[in-house]
Design a protein. Structure first.
Length: 370
């Protein structure tokens, strides 16, 4: 079935809701771990369930290049291929293609690019990106958009907005799997009028959900929040709102305060592989020597499996010894931390205490007592 979004509670601009999909429900606001190549790095599907992941994101660009959508189709679709029974969202591959720089060339009909794997040349169009996602079979798929880098000139962003709107319509015309829901992506850089134009163009097409793209691409967080302030109110209240590429606790909370329902980012898994542990007081770098004889849990306030059974000293030892187990434990904790953090936010919204939660979080975050 296509998704159904149910709004529940509201506290200020923040809200809770439930996205019903064929593979289960997503209680919002929610963070989506990123499984770029049909796997969340270092985590099994069973562990993802344990940490509380409700939905994961996979990447069309990477799966198209390897192993190819034909193989995934023969396996019975992405859910069966990766043995994940919960909801999946696939992005269109647009961000990855546009981040290739000199290895891609933009045309009005699509984008030529060279594979980062073998240098082979490919042409990705809105139609092709949509058909690939139809074959992959995710519950939520994304329109192919033009994501401009930061900073970009106004003229360049104007072109990206116009192209994104035309491509969104072409994606809608191509979309042929009624079991999936196709979301549009709002572009426009830091310009209120361009964001408004992009949002209005997409709303006319009546997508079942809307993402805000072109943020978390190098701009200061204060600018991102400013853009959200004038963009989120443009989007329909009765449909889910998705902020792409955001995964730090502070940015998640700020996004929720402005009415965002879904987030995704590689941040928690990427920094885990570098030995950084997420806490509500900021990140801890476990490779630092001061943790070599620290026999406390990674984060004493956390009740995840890792914090209940292992110490900072042990995890540091694993990381310094380049043991895979160290990366796995750090990843497990970071994903559990964000899952629990979002659950606490949902509880605060339901209790009409989000403002209190917000101030307490920022007090702890600024104090940063390690």
């Amino acid at each position: 079935m296509a998704i159904k979004f149910e709004l529940q509670d509201q506290d200020g601009k923040a809200r809770t809701g439930c996205i019903h999909t064929a593979h289960g429900k997503i209680e919002t606001p929610a963070f989506m771990p990123v499984g770029t190549q049909a796997t969340v790095k270092a985590m099994s599907p069973q562990e993802l369930e344990e940490v509380g992941a409700q939905v994961i994101l996979s990447n069309t660009y990477h799966l198209y290049l390897r192993p190819g959508q034909e193989i995934i189709a023969r396996a019975g679709g992405l859910h069966k291929f990766m043995n994940w029974s919960g909801p999946i969202l696939t992005d269109s591959g647009g961000f990855q293609v546009f981040s290739l720089g000199d290895f891609r060339s933009i045309e009005d009909n699509g984008v030529w690019f060279r594979s980062h794997l073998d240098g082979s040349k490919h042409f990705l169009t809105p139609e092709k990106a949509t058909r690939i996602q139809n074959v992959l079979g995710a519950d939520i798929i994304m329109a192919f958009d033009h994501c401009p880098p930061y900073p970009s000139s106004r003229e360049y962003i104007e072109g990206a907005v116009e192209r994104t709107s035309r491509w969104a319509y072409r994606c809608l015309e191509t979309h042929a799997n009624p079991e999936q829901s196709l979301f549009g992506i709002v572009q426009g850089g830091e310009y209120p009028d361009l964001r408004r134009q992009s949002a209005l163009d997409l709303i006319k097409m009546d997508f079942p959900g809307y993402a805000i793209g072109g943020l978390s691409v190098g701009e200061p967080k204060e600018l991102m929040y400013k853009v959200l302030d004038f963009t989120v109110p443009l989007l329909p209240r009765e449909k889910p709102r998705y902020l792409m590429g955001v995964g730090s606790a502070d940015a998640l909370l700020e996004g929720v305060m402005r009415g965002i329902d879904l987030f995704d980012c590689v941040l928690p898994t990427r920094i885990a592989r570098n030995g950084r542990i997420m806490t509500e007081r900021g990140d801890l770098t476990m490779r630092n020597a001061l943790y070599s004889t620290d026999f406390r849990p990674l984060y004493p306030d956390c009740d995840c499996y890792v914090c209940q059974h292992y110490t900072r000293a042990y995890v540091r030892h694993l990381l310094k010894a380049n043991e895979i187990m160290g990366l796995r434990l750090a990843t497990y904790h970071n994903l559990y931390f964000l899952s629990r953090f979002m659950r606490k936010i949902r509880e605060a919204i339901k209790a009409k205490k989000l403002k209190e939660f917000y101030h307490q979080f920022w007090q702890r975050f600024k104090d940063r007592q390690k």
